[in-house]
Design a protein around this ligand. Structure first.
Ligand code: BGC
Length: 749
């Protein structure tokens, strides 16, 4: 669409930079600019026809609730994210929605974050690959995406004003890469600026974040949208690169923009640029068209959900329930499923499958029988004991008990964080008492954030982590329990033994307006592996009903900072299944502390029994790089790197070591540089040594050669201080020359 921006008045232009109502932009019909709708997102469409709100309180039009990101993350399969994105895109078209808000690619820093169900993983690669797949597929269908919440929005506590205090290396290596990947690979129509501050400056008015990093470094050309109500100072936010304020402010902030331009505080060109980006959104489809296939989308939601389920434990092959059996189903979640999280992503589903119904249906087919007892309810309960007793009696008569446990809507949601990982006591009591009498016990979990398995893990035979699976999750769980689907989900986040073991423990959720990301890059498994801290189940863990073998790892160095890995995966069991090849890189090269290992590539592969497949995984420069704060650049240090294939982040099954030339990045020397740095410099060091030894007697030289430790003692001393001790051994002029030499040899960042 060509809009003649200069022909618009300043007032008209300013009016385009905030919402007309809760979910739409303003139109200027005489200039041919339509109003467009932006709405949640991400795993379904929340199109509110009546009263609007941003926390999902008022009902929306029915749409399919696909598996939320917590489930998609566990699929480790970009194709699952793609299918969710495309299907949500199709539904958006039918509602005339131009921009679907999401996906959320924030990192799960703490398992307590109330919104973890809306995020994929504790790992930036996994989050970024899945987020990019979702966005690309949805935008190929038509609607635009709004990748959110940019940035460092990793908790709900005080989310609208807290400052996330994060050092730059940690931002670059952990909290920004998923956004970077989505932006550079999938070009989302919009990026949503989060509520919180980043290092003291609101994300929505942070020029470093919104302009330097997002636009200048990553080349983002879409519009930046505020999270709903995230604007504190409209003029500062516009100047920082925040184009569209949502929702509107009744015109108040539009007037502030006009005033700022008139007073000379804000250049009109900034307004024009933001208008250009907002008007460009009108290129997206914006009138309702067609209908979506409710049945087909529900069936799709079932398939996607089943691939997201993680089989955590399966002792004595308790699952699948293949032989005819008397099955005791216990737990209110079986009949009233919890399948999505609370808050702005809340979907009014077209229908909901209860696992109990699906289990009954599949049990009929294989000659099993199902009986049900609630065991517990989520509300305060005077009948708790009676309910528990009924469940235990039922379990005692059965061949296998399947207990559905988890968290209720009141336990976790957008808007607040949890304070514990524990399941409610009433549920733990039911699990333990049922397990004590049942021949076999299976626990199925429904939860948006990690729950602790302690206190009951060893009592049961099998544990199925069902997360929140969307509206068809009940059927998907039945598919996995009966073996109609072979589970292939893997943990996208660690399940710790204790909450205190989590690296954010001492710094979550912050105090006095600040949350300090004190653990740095050691987030999730990066910490657990580096500190050799035992966990209940590591990142990447997930069982199958078949077995796989990984062999023949070959790694080829393809440049000074790139490599490719090749590995063969075989299905050594009796049924078809999917395996995730997880490639980690481990190194201690470089001047910064590196995690024990980082996930650098992964691939999910489907194999028939007996089938083998060779998988190639490319490792680009970033797979080996760290962010260097001195050079403000990614650096691949010269050194050794171990390429590891893991069954999960803890269990490495194959390893090859490679040496990389890396980058030649010599740092300019100053008088503040340490003596050790002067001597280690490849050009300056030898020259310095020559100068030092030239003035020595033969005896002194011998002494120096025999006592290298004496130099070690002064290695960390800045040259300036060292000079004071040497009594003029190094003339200032000579040092100046050496410093000039060191600058000349610096490779530009
Ligand atoms: C949430 C966003 C959401 C927006 C609109 C905000 O409160 O943080 O994720 O897209 O509301 O509902």
């Amino acid at each position: 669409m060509t809009v003649d921006i200069p022909s618009l008045t300043l007032e008209q232009k300013a009016s385009l930079l905030s919402g007309g109502d809760f979910w739409s932009t303003k139109a200027i019909p005489e200039a041919g600019i339509p109003s467009i709708v932006l709405t949640d997102g991400p795993h379904g469409i929340r199109r509110q026809a009546g009263g609007a709100d941003h926390l999902g309180i008022n009902d929306a039009e029915p749409s399919t609730c696909f598996p939320p990101a917590v489930a998609v993350g566990s699929s480790w399969n970009p194709d699952i994210a793609r299918q969710v994105g495309a299907a949500v895109g199709r539904e958006a078209l039918t509602f005339g929605v131009s921009v679907v808000l999401g996906p959320g690619v924030n990192i799960k820093r703490s398992p307590l974050c109330g919104r973890n169900f809306e995020y994929y993983s504790e790992d930036p690669l996994l989050s970024g690959v899945l987020g990019a797949a979702h966005v690309a597929a949805m935008q190929a269908v038509g609607p635009g995406a709004s990748v959110k919440h940019f940035a460092a929005n990793n908790q709900e506590h005080e989310r609208m004003r807290i400052s996330s205090d994060v050092d730059e290396r940690t931002l670059r290596e952990i909290y920004l890469p998923a956004f970077e990947r989505v932006v550079t690979e999938a070009a989302p129509a919009t990026v949503m600026a989060s509520y919180n501050k980043v290092n003291g400056v609101y994300a929505s008015q942070n020029p470093w974040l919104l302009t330097e990093v997002l636009r200048q470094e990553w080349g983002f050309d879409g519009a930046v949208v505020s999270d709903w109500g995230a604007v504190s100072d409209r003029v500062a936010s516009l100047a920082a690169g925040m184009d569209l304020e949502m929702p509107g402010s009744g015109g108040a902030t539009d007037q502030q923009i006009v005033d700022a331009v008139r007073s000379g505080e804000l250049a009109e060109s900034v307004v024009d640029e933001a208008v250009r980006r907002v008007v460009a959104l009108a290129e997206l489809p914006h009138s309702a068209s067609g209908e979506f296939d409710v049945d087909a989308h529900h069936a799709l939601a079932r398939v996607l959900a089943a691939e997201s389920i993680v089989l955590l434990k399966n002792e004595g092959a308790a699952l699948p329930l293949s032989a005819p059996a008397r099955i005791a189903v216990v737990g209110t979640f079986a009949a009233e499923p919890r399948f999505q999280g609370g808050g702005s992503s809340h979907i009014n589903p077209t229908r909901v499958d209860a696992a109990l119904d699906a289990l009954r249906q599949l049990a009929d087919e294989n000659g099993s029988s199902v009986e049900y007892a609630a065991g517990f309810v989520l509300a305060d309960d005077d009948e708790a004991e009676t309910r528990r007793r009924e469940a235990v009696q039922l379990a005692g008569r059965a061949d296998v008990a399947v207990v559905f446990a988890g968290l209720g809507d009141r336990d976790e949601s957008e808007g607040f964080d949890r304070t514990t990982l524990a399941l409610p006591d009433a549920q733990i009591a039911v699990i333990r008492e049922v397990a004590a009498v049942a021949a076999h016990t299976v626990v199925v979990l429904s939860n948006g954030g990690v729950v602790s398995l302690e206190g009951w893990h060893d009592d049961v035979d099998a544990i199925v982590e069902g997360w929140l699976l969307g509206q068809a999750g009940g059927s998907a769980i039945a598919d996995v329990l009966f073996g109609r689907v072979n589970p292939s989900g893997h943990l996208a986040e660690t399940i710790p033994l204790r909450l205190q073991d989590n690296p954010s423990w001492n710094n979550f959720p912050g105090e006095q307006g600040h949350v300090r990301y004190g653990e740095g890059v050691m987030v999730g498994y990066r910490h657990y592996e580096t500190a050799a801290q035992p966990v209940r189940y590591p990142f990447g863990h997930g069982l199958s009903y078949t077995t796989f073998d990984t062999t023949d790892l070959h790694v080829e160095v393809t440049g000074s900072d790139t490599a490719t890995a090749r590995v063969t995966v075989s299905n050594t069991g009796a049924i078809p299944g999917k395996h995730v090849v997880q490639l980690y890189v481990s190194t201690d090269a470089g001047p910064v502390r590196r995690p024990e290992r980082d996930l650098r590539a992964f691939s999910k592969v489907e194999l028939e029994p007996g089938e083998s497949r060779t998988i190639d995984l490319a490792l680009d420069r970033r797979a080996f790089a760290y962010w260097d704060v001195d050079l403000s650049a990614w650096v691949v240090p010269t050194g050794d790197y171990a390429i590891q294939i893991g069954e999960d982040a803890s269990r490495i099954v194959a390893e090859r070591r490679i040496a990389l030339g890396g980058d030649v990045r010599l740092r300019p020397l100053t008088l503040e540089s340490a003596v050790g740095e002067w001597f280690a410099h490849p050009l300056v060091g030898p020259a310095l040594m020559r100068g030092l030894t030239a003035g020595m007697t033969e005896e002194q030289r011998k002494h120096a050669a025999d006592n290298p430790d004496e130099l070690k003692m002064v290695e960390s001393m800045p040259m300036q201080q060292f000079l004071a001790f040497t009594g003029g051994a190094f003339p200032a002029e000579a040092l100046d020359q050496l410093m000039a030499l060191s600058r000349a040899e610096t490779v530009a960042a």
